[in-house]
Write a protein that binds this ligand. Sequence first.
Ligand code: S5P
Length: 257
Amino acid sequence: MPPIERLSMLSWQDRKNLATHPMAKKLFDIVATKQTNLALACDVTSQAELLYWADLLGPFLCVFKTHIDILEDFTPSCTQELKKIAERHGFLLFEDRKFADIGHTVSLQYAGGLYRIADWADLINAHIVPGPGIIDGLRQVGQNKGTGLLLLAEMSAEGTLATGDYTQKAIALAEKNADFVCGFISLRKLSQNPGMIHFTPGVKLEAGADSLGQRYRTVEEVLGANRSDIIIVGRDICKAPNPVKIAELYREKAWDF
Ligand code: S5P
């Protein structure tokens, strides 16, 4: 049996025990306790909507993913409130900032500016285009807070350039920096390190695409055939006629794998 097959047989609890990254341990614990490997991509443009979805769907989620810079009315009280909701429902906050600059610049973007991401986000992500310096810059800000970095090793969009050798380089960078990197944005399981968590966006109940290049795969394809860990679902839940029912359906489906 190939090693990746063996890895997929570990329970979430086993992986918590094997993980060394504090945020990976915390996430595995949440997943095992709440019995959910569903993350919500909450791409809304007002604070009120963001807080509404976090509170409404919180019971079904292990992770709540934000794009904080699309809010049109952001004030710092929004992230303070979000943190309270996250604590109440027991989920992690993942700011999908997709950092992509040199180490010095990303350290400023992460710690400061309007959003002060390092003050509230448990997880962040980064492209590896700039090389290892981006990890060093983010680590300088986030490591003593115990936050975790995910590397974008693959992307869901049609025609993505994050394939082949690029993906392999992301895996190697993650393994080399496992003190701060705790996983990937990817379409499949990539790492044999049980502490590395694979998050897959571009998920719908039925495969398909949107009009701007997003490509959707099913839960079965992502968690079954491709053995990823956590599905990230956005519009298929938030735009559904009954979002609570659909979130619960996704939670159940994803938990079956
Ligand atoms: O490759 C990617 C990486 C990410 S993080 N493809 C993605 O779609 N995402 C994010 O996942 C994207 O920014 C959005 O927030 C979410 C997908 O949303 P949906 O509405 O298409 O499910």
